[in-house]
Design a binder for this molecule. Structure first.
Ligand code: ZN
Length: 155
């Protein structure tokens, strides 16, 4: 499992979780990645902030200029919008059989993994640190492709 800092052409940054780098490339190539803020599907890895060289360090790192990005004129083609909408519906459908546990996600996932509670599909929120810790422990978790509003905020 790897975590990438991703960015859309409008500069929104977010994190994407992938099994490996090939999976990231495959999902990107198929247009399955989209910006959670604006829905833009042209996603690239965010450039890492260059390290500030220590004083007196004469060696200068020169960062290669970013290659040109593929762009699409807005709005997105209907097939792409439909595919994204279908994916969002599929997530909503899958979550109907899953219980929202909110901020207890890390605790509940861990309890299931260690057999302290019955296995059941759950979804909720975890901080990046919590998620990383779970992954390191081997607890099977996956990021959801689309944001989920906590049920208490839905009317
Ligand atoms: Zn965006």
């Amino acid at each position: 499992m790897i975590v990438y800092d991703l960015a859309c052409p409008d500069g929104h940054r977010f994190e994407g979780w992938f099994g490996n780098s090939a999976e990231f490339e495959a999902q990107r190539a198929r247009g399955l990645l989209s910006c959670p803020t604006c829905g833009h599907a042209e996603i690239s890895k965010a450039p890492m902030a260059p390290a500030v060289p220590a004083k007196g360090n004469a060696r200068q790192e020169v960062l290669a200029p970013e290659s040109h990005r593929a762009m699409a004129s807005a709005p997105l083609p209907p097939q792409l919008r439909e595919a994204l909408a279908a994916l969002a519906r599929a997530q909503a459908e899958a979550l109907k059989h899953s219980t929202w546990v909110g901020e207890r996600f890390a605790e509940e996932s861990r309890a299931m993994y260690y057999g302290e509670r019955e296995q059941a599909p759950i979804h909720g929120q975890a901080s990046l640190d919590e998620a990383r810790a779970l992954v390191e422990e081997g607890v099977p978790i996956a990021p959801l492709p689309f944001p989920v509003a906590p049920p208490e905020k839905l009317n």
